[in-house]
Design a protein around this ligand. Structure first.
Ligand SMILES: Cc1cc2nc3c(=O)[nH]c(=O)nc-3n(C[C@H](O)[C@H](O)[C@H](O)COP(=O)(O)OP(=O)(O)OC[C@H]3O[C@@H](n4cnc5c(N)ncnc54)[C@H](O)[C@@H]3O)c2cc1C
Length: 512
């Protein structure tokens, strides 16, 4: 909590509001973070944290604690009526990362880690404080009406308002922005301990005569998230749900399974919707307030955290006078297409996960027999799935904040940290990755190019230059969120690139 007026009021202390508050504070912005709930949510929600989010958590400095509390998943196994059809492995060969897996970690834990990290930066959540409405005063910022514990009301002034207030966002509704899209299937989810011998480094999908079931492992001993896409009756009968899942898992895998009484059951309708713009004047929307997805591909929280990180450095730059507020238009320009693409892929994932058609059974058997015998095709499919799901393949190539360049190697708009764990052990990559953990612009220079206001790493290791496709004299200009904004050669200047992007950075020291 701050004593002086906040520069940014963040509404909602879910994973997205927490990430935004953390990142804004890391950039030196005064933040106030309020949430209408009495305290942290305890219900089971996101489990899957994908590779790009893990890289982002590393930049934020919260990764180590999450890694130690999660379960790594590297496979996707399909079973049908008692037979294992195929196992897809992760394939990050075209999109190298230090984290080639999906980390299953309960959203409750993710939020706890983010909350503690934000508190260390001086931002604590004000629970029981609801935003009722706001006015956008243009140049004069925003004025918000809050109701706190005991019905105490308050008017708070801030320069900017960030709406991370979830799928039922008050802020989105007041802006009149429509969450357009569809609500489709109703599914049932249960978290339970299952006695079975399925490996826990894999998600398991199984087709049974009574519909499809998916199993996602928790880090906890024997615990799985069970998802039924066909039979969703519940009526509070936990035993019936446990027995129904046990029968289906037994039928799907062909091995007897027992399911204990679930610790949590939920029946929900899948929503796939988004808004057309994530900025309106002094108000910015992020996370579920802006787009909601089917949980089939585990993307909602991951995407929202990326929204928060994309937005925070831009807001901080505008508040520091390093850019005009038009920089914030690039937030919407970059994140809306990502949300739209995700809606397309999560819709596809939803269809695949539930796979209703009876003809599909025979087709699957044939298709996977062919695939098992064609490793290159299987590899291509694995890479395609991973590129989208991990978000490593998503970038900002078409953004107004990207200076197009045609040189071979890493392209403007792509993330910089494309290196695997072995490569990242080199001294030079360690320096680069350390620099990425600082909330500043960065220049990588494979020659003499420098800029007195930019932190600069001179690339002296030929293998790092090769990883990034940097020839002698080439340089890369990297944004605070780790994406390449521009690249050039010895005859071009990063200053001109920054100017064309409307960025005026502060002076910082040059690195060795
Ligand atoms: C069963 C299930 C499984 C899922 N699995 C995954 C997964 O594996 N991977 C994944 O990435 N995503 C998954 N998701 C989605 C993920 O849970 C959401 O995308 C994520 O919680 C969105 O975070 P958020 O911070 O935007 O919103 P929320 O988590 O909804 O937080 C919004 C906060 O705003 C507060 N608030 C609301 N209105 C106000 C107001 N007027 N004033 C003050 N505070 C307010 C609320 O109290 C709440 O704390 C899953 C969701 C479900 C339900």
């Amino acid at each position: 909590m701050t004593t002086s007026a906040p520069q940014v009021l963040v509404v909602g202390a879910g994973p997205v509001g927490l990430s935004a508050a953390h990142e804004l504070a890391r950039h030196g912005v005064r933040v106030r973070l309020v949430d209408a709930a009495d305290g942290p949510a305890t219900t089971s929600r996101a489990l899957a944290t994908h590779a790009r989010t893990l890289e982002t958590y590393d930049q934020m400095g919260v990764l180590d604690e999450l890694l130690s509390r999660g379960q790594r998943v590297e496979h996707f196994t399909l079973h049908q009526n008692g037979r294992r059809l195929i196992r897809f492995d992760t394939d990050y060969s075209r999109l190298p990362t230090r984290f080639p897996f999906t980390l299953m970690v309960d959203q409750v834990i993710t939020e706890e880690v983010l909350r503690d990290a934000a508190a260390r930066l001086g931002v604590t959540v004000e629970w029981g404080v609801r935003l009722d409405g706001f006015e956008d005063l243009g140049e004069d910022g925003v004025r918000a009406r809050l109701t706190g514990p005991g019905g105490r009301t308050e008017t708070v002034a801030a320069d900017w308002l960030v709406g991370a207030d979830g799928g039922h966002s008050t802020i989105r509704k007041q802006l009149g922005l429509k969450l357009a899209g569809e609500s489709s299937e109703t599914w049932l989810i249960a978290d339970a301990v299952v006695d079975c011998d399925l490996p826990k480094d894999s998600i398991h999908w199984m087709r049974t005569p009574r519909g499809t079931v998916m199993m996602v492992p928790f880090p906890d001993e024997g615990k799985w998230r069970l998802l039924d896409t066909a039979e969703t009756s519940y009526g509070g009968d936990d035993r019936m749900v446990a027995e129904r899942f046990a029968a289906k898992i037994t039928a799907g895998t062909g091995k007897p399974a027992q399911v204990e009484l679930p610790s949590w059951v939920s029946v929900f309708t899948i929503q796939q919707r988004m808004i057309p713009s994530m900025r309106q004047g002094r108000v910015l929307l992020a996370g579920d307030a802006a787009h909601v997805h089917s949980p089939a591909s585990g993307q909602g929280m991951n995407t929202g955290v990326q929204d928060a990180v994309n937005l925070s450095w831009k807001l901080a730059a505008v508040l520091r006078g390093e850019a005009d507020d038009t920089l914030l238009d690039s937030y919407s320009a970059e994140r809306v297409p990502v949300g739209a693409e995700l809606l397309r892929t999560t819709r596809m994932a939803t269809l695949l996960v539930q796979l209703r058609s009876r003809k599909a059974a025979a087709f699957l058997r044939t298709a996977f027999t062919v695939l098992r015998n064609l490793p290159p095709l299987k590899g291509r499919i694995q890479r395609k799935i991973m590129g989208g799901m991990s978000a490593l393949g998503l970038g900002y190539g078409e953004s107004p904040l990207t200076v197009a360049a045609s040189a071979p190697g890493i392209r403007p708009g792509e993330r910089l940290a494309r290196v695997d764990a072995a490569g990242a052990a080199s001294a030079q990559w360690r320096t680069v990755l350390d620099e990425l953990r600082r909330p500043d612009w960065l220049l990588l220079s494979n020659g003499a190019t420098h800029h007195r206001s930019l932190r600069t790493v001179r690339i002296t290791d030929a293998s790092v230059a090769a990883d990034l496709g940097l020839r002698d004299g080439d340089w890369l200009l990297v944004r605070p969120d780790g994406y390449v904004a521009a690249r050039g050669d010895a005859g071009q200047s990063p200053r001109a690139a920054l100017q064309s992007l409307g960025i005026r950075v502060r002076e910082t020291a040059e690195l060795a």
